[in-house]
Design a protein around this ligand. Structure first.
Ligand SMILES: C[S@@+](CC[C@H](N)C(=O)[O-])C[C@H]1O[C@@H](n2cnc3c(N)ncnc32)[C@H](O)[C@@H]1O
Length: 265
């Protein structure tokens, strides 16, 4: 293979950007990088109120797979804040997206995360999203709550409630479960790409796919995530079934979509 071809193979072209393949890979689904992003944007438009949003926060933005198309969709007077625990991805986004779009900012959250940031020094509890109270219209996250534990999810939810304006929304793709689904999931050989069964209800309404793999894949019952949302000051406002159970309404990387709203005054 020619040297220039080799060099070219180290990048993934995403809209007008050339992203180092090793960072794009860490953001996920290199085989469907653009399609996944298109699905995310569609979900944000259909369920997140993106078209009316000016100020948005993305948790787990990776290398900016969704930030890049959003540069063309958010109003020039709007803002985007991307947060991730992986410093190399954040550094790339800061150096490549922000200079062309200064209203797109990226920040590293150095939390300890066995899978994504093992050398991290901070705990989730106590983390403050670097944003003013009631300044955001939409907080979204794709495939982040899918490996998180209840106390950390609750902390994020209370931060979302703080930074959202009344009427603002949270959109999260995640796995939602119900203990009655356990036999069904076993029967179909497990759901999603990873044959997930979530057969371990380790706490009321909180399921682990395999407790020997930490963090591994996690799921919440609609009741449990609803309760956690209410405790944080948010209300569940929509739920869309993804394809991982093989009985979907709409597909975003296979996961379900949970939409929570901050009540208007
Ligand atoms: C499966 S990837 C998805 C990336 C991106 N949301 C997308 O779908 O294109 C999960 C991302 O969440 C980040 N992440 C994991 N735990 C996090 C946390 N507690 N806070 C913020 N980001 C986190 C990971 O570093 C990773 O970039």
């Amino acid at each position: 293979m020619a040297q220039s071809q080799l060099a070219e193979d180290q990048f993934v072209t995403h809209h007008a950007y050339r992203i180092p393949r090793k960072l794009a890979w860490r953001t996920g689904r290199l085989d469907r990088f653009r399609e996944v992003s298109d699905e995310h944007i569609e979900a944000l438009q259909l369920y997140g109120g993106l078209d009316a949003a000016r100020n948005v926060v993305e948790i787990g933005c990776g290398v900016g797979r969704d930030a890049i198309p959003l540069t063309a969709l958010l109003p020039a007077s709007g803002s985007y804040l991307g947060i991730d625990v992986m410093w190399p991805s954040i550094a790339w986004a800061q150096n490549n997206i922000t200079p062309e779009h200064p209203n797109f900012q990226f920040t590293h959250f150095d939390v300890s995360d066995q899978q994504h940031n093992p050398s991290g020094v901070n705990e989730m509890i106590g983390y403050r999203i670097p944003s003013e109270d009631m300044s955001q219209d939409l907080v979204f996250m794709f495939s982040v709550f899918t490996h998180m534990f209840p106390k950390d999810v609750s902390h994020y939810l209370s931060e979302f409630a703080r930074v959202l304006r009344p009427g603002g929304r949270v959109l999260a793709s995640m796995f939602t479960m119900d203990r009655t689904l356990i036999p069904y999931l076993r029967n179909i050989g497990g759901g999603g790409l990873r044959q997930l069964t979530f057969a371990h209800e380790v706490e009321d309404g909180f399921f682990h796919n395999d407790p020997s793999v930490v963090p591994g894949a996690t799921a919440y019952s609609a009741e449990r995530i609803g309760r956690m949302a209410r405790e944080a000051g948010l209300v569940p406002s929509n739920f869309v079934r993804g394809s991982w159970r093989k009985d979907e309404d709409f597909d975003v990387g296979g996961q379900d979509i949970v939409v929570l709203s901050k009540p208007a005054f």
